[in-house]
Design a protein around this ligand. Structure first.
Ligand SMILES: Cc1cc2nc3c(=O)[nH]c(=O)nc-3n(C[C@H](O)[C@H](O)[C@H](O)COP(=O)(O)O)c2cc1C
Length: 206
């Protein structure tokens, strides 16, 4: 079971990086393989709405030759399971992560055109851990979760479950919260076990 973990924070060694480490530990303890990708280490050019992917029904993006987004999309296409760890920035995902998501437009067009490589993708699952500094805000994770699920849809990946952690702000806040760390680790363990045993039915968490 190959799990790709996407770290989406511009801040190295912060809370969502820690969430990724905990989740990865859980997956490994269950017997899964993990590969962590740090978006901040990848040059990702923003979509400029040139229309090429629409005209070619999901053909290659002209920007893909100029940046480092290709291995990120390759990982989405080939992984058995995907995990995202991201901070909330202004009720949403950080800009660099959103740039990656917008570049997914090429795959949206490819799926719309029923390209064979998209139709051949197996149905898969993703989980996410979103960390936010604020303790309040009923809809704190809503925008990020909606965007993530629609981004993943063309890849035949459904997002569930999500962990939304509040009141985690300074860089070491999550690390000093053993309960949250254990929760993330145990979630990774449980989901990996489900994947390995083929029992990957729906479940929800918040
Ligand atoms: C530009 C920016 C915008 C932020 N916007 C929000 C926000 O809208 N709501 C919130 O609860 N926290 C917000 N935060 C706080 C971060 O979500 C919080 O510090 C988080 O723990 C950072 O995770 P990281 O250490 O993985 O980068 C913001 C932080 C920054 C730097």
């Amino acid at each position: 079971m190959r799990c790709t973990l996407f770290a989406a924070s511009p801040r190295a060694g912060g809370n969502s990086d820690r969430a990724l480490d905990e989740f990865a530990q859980g997956v490994r303890e269950a017997g899964g393989d993990c590969n962590a990708l740090y978006l901040r280490k990848h040059r990702i050019l923003p979509c400029v709405s040139c229309g090429v992917c629409e005209q070619t029904q999901g053909g290659p993006c002209p920007l893909a030759e100029k940046d480092d987004s290709a291995p990120l999309f390759d990982a989405l296409l080939s992984s058995d399971f995907v995990f995202f760890a991201s901070p909330i920035y202004f009720y949403h995902l950080p800009a660099h992560f959103k740039a990656f998501i917008d570049r997914g437009q090429r795959y949206y067009e490819a799926a719309l055109a029923n390209r064979s490589e998209m139709l051949a993708l197996p149905s898969r699952r993703a989980a996410a851990c979103l960390v936010a500094g604020r303790k309040k805000g009923e809809r704190l994770f809503e925008g990020a979760a909606l965007t993530l699920s629609f981004f993943l849809e063309p890849f035949r990946i459904r997002l569930e479950p999500q962990m939304g952690l509040r009141g985690i702000d300074a860089s070491g806040d999550l690390a000093s919260n053993p309960t949250d760390c254990a929760f993330i680790r145990e979630t990774g363990y449980r989901l990996a076990l489900q994947e390995l045993s083929g029992k990957n039915g729906s479940s929800t968490m918040s």
